[in-house]
Design a protein around this ligand. Structure first.
Ligand SMILES: CC(C)(COP(=O)(O)OP(=O)(O)OC[C@H]1O[C@@H](n2cnc3c(N)ncnc32)[C@H](O)[C@@H]1OP(=O)(O)O)[C@@H](O)C(=O)NCCC(=O)NCCS
Length: 185
């Protein structure tokens, strides 16, 4: 599994396709409308935010996007979100591995103290991944999320730096140059 930045127009369009897929979009804030590619381009360009495409273990082709957005280096906080865009790769542990890798990056490299995320109530897979990653569910906003034409509850999850237990075998590579070539973790 390799993590690399969005480094080309092709990367940007692939990630945008995943995020606006009608099966995925309802889980995000833009579910009610669309996410224009121009808006996504601006999001990806934010200087402190971390957008990382990730691959499976047997290919350099990206299968998903993991993000630390709203990174605040003064307060040491960020929001986390993810899409495993390649549907055949779901249910194989990549969501959890990406969560652990991005959490590790946030605490060890960026020096953050807390990460926040939200989960649409019906998104059982996402909630399960956060639970397995050691995140805590801290609250429920009743009817806080618009999904498939109705309001559902929105759950809030978070993890503090001191709560994170790095898995013994992280099993990922970090390629900062965007090439997809494997580099140091
Ligand atoms: C949520 C998502 C990231 C999970 O990625 P993934 O690679 O499939 O996750 P993993 O394989 O690491 O783990 C999935 C877990 O959820 C469980 N799961 C899957 N569907 C489930 C369901 N309907 N109900 C309960 N648990 C479910 C799996 O059994 C697995 O848990 P287990 O290992 O204990 O069996 C992926 O489904 C996705 O991209 N969804 C669309 C976008 C999205 O929801 N993003 C999250 C917004 S923060």
């Amino acid at each position: 599994m390799t993590f690399r930045p969005i480094a080309s127009e092709e990367d940007l369009r692939l990630a945008h396709e995943w995020l606006t897929d009608p099966e995925n979009a309802p889980f995000f804030d833009w579910g009610r409308d669309t996410l224009p590619i121009l808006t996504f381009r601006v999001m990806v360009g934010k200087p402190h935010d971390v957008y990382r495409l990730f691959t499976a273990d047997d290919s350099d082709d990206p299968i998903g996007l993991a993000v630390l957005s709203g990174v605040n280096l003064t307060r040491k906080t960020a929001d986390y979100w993810i899409v495993v865009g390649s549907k055949p790769h779901r249910g194989q542990g990549f969501g959890l591995r990406a969560l652990n890798a991005m959490t590790q990056y946030a605490f060890a490299v960026l020096g953050l103290d807390v990460l926040h995320a939200f989960v649409a109530g019906p998104n059982r897979a996402s909630l399960r991944v956060f639970e397995k990653g050691g995140w805590q569910c801290t609250g429920r906003q009743r009817r806080g999320h618009w999904m498939h034409g109705q309001l559902v509850d929105r759950l809030f999850v978070d993890i503090l730096r001191e709560e994170f237990r790095q898995p013994e075998s992280p099993a990922y590579e970090w390629a900062e140059d965007g090439s997809g070539r494997k580099g140091g973790a």
